[in-house]
Design a protein around this ligand. Structure first.
Ligand code: NAI
Length: 337
């Protein structure tokens, strides 16, 4: 399917997170080869986005700050496509874009390995108390064992919430430890789960049976605060929880209660309800929490893959083709002229 082509197509990156995911340097040339122009800015507010993107055909946004809000989208008269430089697109007002005939695309493939590796790093850190023992040794203490119980991953039960690209990669990675792998994903078939060694179960079964739970679903109205007081009341006492998907999938206040009363033995988080994590966040004071600052996606290779994918998607739009990563596919019936 072809889409209308613009005379002077502009591709505008409105923000990027230094130094993790700065543009690589090949972007302008690749977009020029497709017939457009590339420019990049570091906007911090909606108004700054409007200043730089009003004439853009393609607007690219990287951070999870809500910069492409309904108000901004309503003032982008030429935009045909909004690209979230990342897998999650919860920070874009997709409904507003769809109403105006704009495609929303993501770049889902660039960091699947990294995010899966990071989830396993957080998991193993919690199980083996790596960060806590390390902190104690650096403080000059002589710990003789971990500050709590540990677990043999071999033969344990790991529950994966969201068995998409990253959840599946986690399952594949985990198979070397030979745990029982359960998965909850309302949009996955048992056969697809079985192909990575996972058994599809209900959320309640997963919560009740898993020794370790790792979250890999998108943030949607359905998954916001999926992990809350009610669901945490179902977990096995001493369960470990890992999240490197989106912070708001977990109700942080409920998480703190569960860590405090021993329902959870430890948790590992790369993502938070508010980012960057506020300096006065109570999460910072909790010993049995391993925290990283939304870096799961990063590696130098992922950075190159990310910008290659952005250029591919934007280049398609510039040349009048529908990119392969459109997430609001219903818009294809009424694209703006
Ligand atoms: P994906 O779209 O391939 O997989 C998501 C899976 O979640 C799908 O199988 C879907 O069916 C499932 N799902 C949807 N609603 C669900 C629900 N209510 N309950 C359980 N499962 C549900 O996405 P991918 O690439 O695996 O990424 C997952 C998430 O990871 C992204 O949405 C993003 O928010 C997050 N992410 C975080 C990064 C980081 O730096 N920490 C980097 C990249 C992604």
């Amino acid at each position: 399917m072809n889409i209308p082509k613009d005379v002077d197509p502009q591709v505008v990156l409105v923000d990027f997170s230094r130094p993790l995911f700065e543009p690589v340097g090949f972007e302008a040339e690749r977009i020029a080869q497709a017939g457009g122009t590339w420019s990049q800015f570091e906007c911090r507010s909606e108004d700054q986005v409007l200043q730089v993107a009003r004439n853009a055909t393609v607007v690219v946004v990287q951070s999870v700050r809500p910069l492409l809000t309904r108000r901004v989208i309503e003032q982008l008269p030429r935009a045909r496509c909004l690209i979230r430089a990342g897998a999650g697109f919860d920070s874009i007002a997709v409904d507003a874009a769809t109403e105006r005939g704009m495609m929303v695309c993501n770049t889902p493939s660039y960091c699947v390995d990294e995010v899966a590796d990071h989830a396993i790093a957080l998991m193993l850190d919690c199980i083996r108390h790596v960060s806590r023992l390390d902190r104690a040794i650096h403080r000059g203490e002589q710990p003789v064992r971990g500050p709590g119980e540990t677990l043999r991953l071999h033969g344990s039960t790991v529950g994966i919430i969201g068995l998409g690209a990253i959840g599946r990669r986690v399952a594949q990675r985990l198979s070397g430890w030979e745990p029982r792998i359960l998965a909850f994903d309302p949009y996955c078939t048992p056969e697809r789960a079985a192909s990575v060694g996972a058994e599809l179960v209900s959320l309640e079964q997963l919560l009740r049976l898993a020794d370790v739970i790792t979250i890999h679903c998108p943030l949607t109205p359905e998954t916001e605060h999926l992990i809350n007081d009610r669901t945490l009341a179902m977990v096995k006492p001493g369960c470990i929880l890992v999240n490197d998907s989106r912070g708001a999938v977990i109700d942080e206040a409920a998480l703190l209660r569960a860590l405090g009363d021993g329902r959870l033995w430890a948790a590992g988080l790369d993502v938070f309800e508010r980012e960057p994590l506020p300096l006065d966040s109570p999460l910072r004071a909790v010993e049995n929490l391993v925290l990283t600052p939304h870096v799961a996606a990063y590696s130098p290779e992922a950075r190159i893959d990310l910008y290659a994918e952005i250029c591919e998607v934007a280049g398609d739009v510039v040349q009048g083709r529908v990119p392969r990563t459109v997430v609001n596919r219903q818009v294809l019936q009424h694209l703006r002229p």
